[in-house]
Design a protein around this ligand. Structure first.
Ligand code: PNS
Length: 163
């Protein structure tokens, strides 16, 4: 039984994340999408941990071997607890590389039995990020096709500007 973790903050999940999740789910018996609390990231996530998990659960209902797990520990601790030996990350443009390389090295140092593996994003999503989506939505731009419809609606609601 090969179980892998796909970790991230997912604030909110994008169609780029979902593409990586779907492709990773085809490679492993089980894929656990690990949603980090990430309370100290930037000015704090826009969506609460439960909301972020729900968006992913709703968008992955068609994938029976995918589950969603919130966490607020070291990623390697979660991997050990769930007996997962692979961490899957998506890699977009080269700009991702340095940060991902650092995280992979640190996680390897913390537990060399856990491998980090990367799935390259498809060109359509190479420049898509949760922060870009929030930025566009904040200014009233159209984010349909970049995130699930449910997330589009939640962004519009959350970022509603006072008239
Ligand atoms: O969506 P992100 O911000 O790229 O995800 C980063 C995440 C959540 C995978 C990373 O911050 C993480 O693993 N956090 C858990 C704490 C941890 O294990 N840190 C040490 C690894 S550098």
């Amino acid at each position: 039984m090969k179980r892998a973790l796909c970790p991230g903050t997912f604030d909110p999940v994008t169609n780029g994340h979902l593409d990586i999740i779907e492709r990773a789910a085809g490679l492993f018996d089980e894929l656990v999408v690990a949603v980090a609390l990430s309370a100290d990231k930037g000015s704090g996530p826009l969506f609460g941990l439960d909301e972020r998990c729900a968006f992913i659960r709703n968008a992955t209902r068609h994938l029976p071997n995918v589950s969603v797990e919130p966490f607020d520990t070291l990623l390697v601790d979660l991997a050990q607890r769930l007996d997962a030996h692979v961490i899957i990350k998506g890699l977009r443009a080269v700009t991702d590389f340095e940060r991902e390389f650092q995280m992979a090295q640190l996680n390897y140092r913390l537990d060399p039995d856990i491998e980090t593996m990367f799935i390259m994003s498809i060109p359509e999503y190479a420049y898509l990020s949760s922060s870009a989506v929030k930025e566009i939505a904040k200014h009233g731009g159209d984010v349909r096709g970049l995130v699930p419809d449910e997330v589009c609606a939640a962004l519009a609601e959350r970022l509603k500007r006072p008239r």
